[in-house]
Write a protein that binds this ligand. Structure first.
Ligand code: MAN
Length: 517
């Protein structure tokens, strides 16, 4: 009271409604209280002036602090109280400039303009908006509390699941040992019986192959022994072009002899014991000329007699040629050969296992199946435990409030791309016009006190970094990806609103006591 009285006495212009110099806020009022010497010290300490020079429309202080309520100083600040709304500082140069800057109209006290005081309406609107925001935050916060409880339950559930799986795995280890033993037990007799069967078959085949070879040797010997003197000699070898060692088109006597192991002739015993083994893979039967495919007669003009002109080629004796390997021009004989071959193929196939061996194989198959099933289950358990452990080891926020987002994906589409965020897993981008999805990063870490998530090591950017995303999380009523952009090439930013980010709103009594509302 004394203070106001004093200011009135010294003629300082004070605000109409409040007891402090015009344009001064409550928080600054103490700095403007008069001292005993009635001297005002500029707030920056640059000088002192008599009290009556405050707001005298003349700028004395370098910081403009002596003229808070006039436009005398270009750098002064005029404080609008704006009762009912938010207090505000305006440039003191705007005081009495004919423009209403304060909602209470206090900056236009000279009457250049009639300012309507709309602070109450503005305040009402602001409070309504604040209340709505607060309501949403409160709602979000309640959801967050629910998510935290859910996450804790989920974690407990997963921990229990790991315990169960570990127990199952321990039991399975014993079972696996047992099944392994049973498998070995069944596979022993199975192998023995199979080996026995296969060995018997091998021996049988060897005997049969020997017999076949002997028959073939006899056939070849008889075919080669054209003069039927009981020997195969050099002259009988010569017509067989397959014995032409140097491929010069003629089988020489030396070449023929070489095939006969340096003999002029060999009898059947020697042929079958020493010769046949070496030549059987190259030996080809000869076909009599009259059984050969006759080429169509030449269409050239014939001699005057109508008898074809003799060819230059000397006629080979005897008139037989090797039987071609394939082709069906040799009719009956050839068909018989084919049948023989088929029979031979069938005969070469190992016969089925006997019933006893089959039963042993079936028993071993069953033991193998049981072991494989248990082994697979054991591997599956390992996989499940790894997944659960990775889930539990992930940082879901201070109170695990973000765990609820895991295993879900959220999308946002702009003009060009659809962006996808699968929290704690991946971020990606795919063109709206179609085309492949680009990996923008895998879950990396938290930043900025759990307000930002980083996804990195995405697909490399041509001539640039590996793609990465920073996800900015703010409080919102639902989980929603609200924006995606690329602040710098291949470095993306997503905005994600979620109740998980809603803190408890300040209670009404927590309000700033200096609030002038
Ligand atoms: C693709 C998209 C873009 C990115 C370019 C970089 O077109 O991934 O977001 O800027 O590649 O070459």
């Amino acid at each position: 009271m004394y203070c106001i009285y004093f200011l009135l006495i010294v003629g300082v212009k004070v605000s109409a409604e409040i007891g402090r110099p015009r344009g001064v806020s409550i928080s600054m009022a103490s700095k403007y209280e008069p001292n005993d010497q009635k001297i005002f010290r500029c707030l920056d300490g640059s000088g002192t002036i008599p009290y009556e020079h405050l707001n005298d429309d003349y700028c004395d202080c370098a910081d403009g602090s002596d003229e808070p309520g006039t436009s005398a100083c270009t750098n002064g600040k005029f404080h609008c109280t704006n009762a009912g709304y938010t207090p505000k500082n305006v440039q003191s140069s705007r005081v009495n400039d004919g423009v209403c800057d304060c909602c209470d109209g206090s900056d236009e006290y000279e009457g250049k303009i009639e300012c309507v005081n709309n602070c109450k309406e503005l305040g009402k609107k602001m409070r309504e908006e604040q209340d709505e925001k607060r309501r949403l935050q409160e709602e979000g916060f309640k959801k967050r509390e629910g998510f935290i409880a859910e996450a804790n339950n989920m974690m407990e559930g997963k921990k229990l699941k790991i315990q169960e799986l570990e127990k199952e795995k321990t039991e399975l280890q014993d079972k696996l040992k047992e099944l392994e033993a049973k498998k070995a037990e069944a596979e022993g007799p199975e192998k023995e019986a199979k080996d026995k069967h296969e060995q018997a078959w091998k021996e049988q085949k060897e005997v049969r192959d020997k017999e076949r070879s002997a028959i073939k040797a006899r056939e070849a010997f008889d075919e080669l022994d054209l003069n039927k003197d009981g020997f195969v000699d050099v002259l009988e070898i010569i017509p067989h072009m397959e014995f032409d060692i140097d491929s010069n088109g003629v089988v020489s006597e030396e070449e023929a002899k070489e095939h006969l192991e340096d003999n002029e002739k060999v009898d059947f015993d020697e042929f079958s014991s020493r010769i046949w083994g070496n030549i059987q893979s190259i030996y080809k039967k000869l076909v009599p000329d009259d059984q050969k495919e006759v080429p169509p007669p030449p269409v050239e003009p014939q001699g005057e007699t109508g008898v074809p002109a003799p060819t230059e080629e000397p006629q080979a004796t005897p008139h037989i040629t090797p039987i071609p390997d394939e082709g069906d021009d040799y009719d009956d004989e050839d068909d018989e050969d084919e049948d023989d071959e088929e029979d031979a193929v069938d005969e070469d196939k190992m016969p089925e296992y006997d019933e006893e061996t089959k039963a042993l194989i079936a028993a071993a198959d069953e033991a193998r199946k049981n072991h494989e099933e248990a082994d697979k289950r054991s591997r599956d358990i390992d996989g499940e435990i790894t997944t659960l452990t990775s889930y539990l080891n992930t940082d879901y926020g201070k109170d695990k409030e973000y765990a609820i987002l895991r295993d879900n994906c959220y999308e946002y589409t702009d003009r060009e791309y659809t962006y996808k965020l699968c929290p704690f897993a991946t971020a990606s981008q795919r063109p709206k016009a179609g085309g492949h999805e680009t990996n923008l990063g895998r879950w990396g870490r938290w930043e900025n006190d759990y307000k930002v998530q980083v996804y990195d090591h995405g697909q490399n950017c041509w001539n640039g970094p590996d793609r990465s995303v920073k996800v900015h999380l703010t409080c919102g009523p639902e989980h929603q990806l609200t924006n995606a952009y690329e602040p710098s090439r291949c470095e993306y930013a997503f905005d994600f609103i979620t109740p998980c980010a809603c803190n408890q709103p300040p209670q009404p009594q927590d309000k700033d006591p200096h609030d002038e509302l």
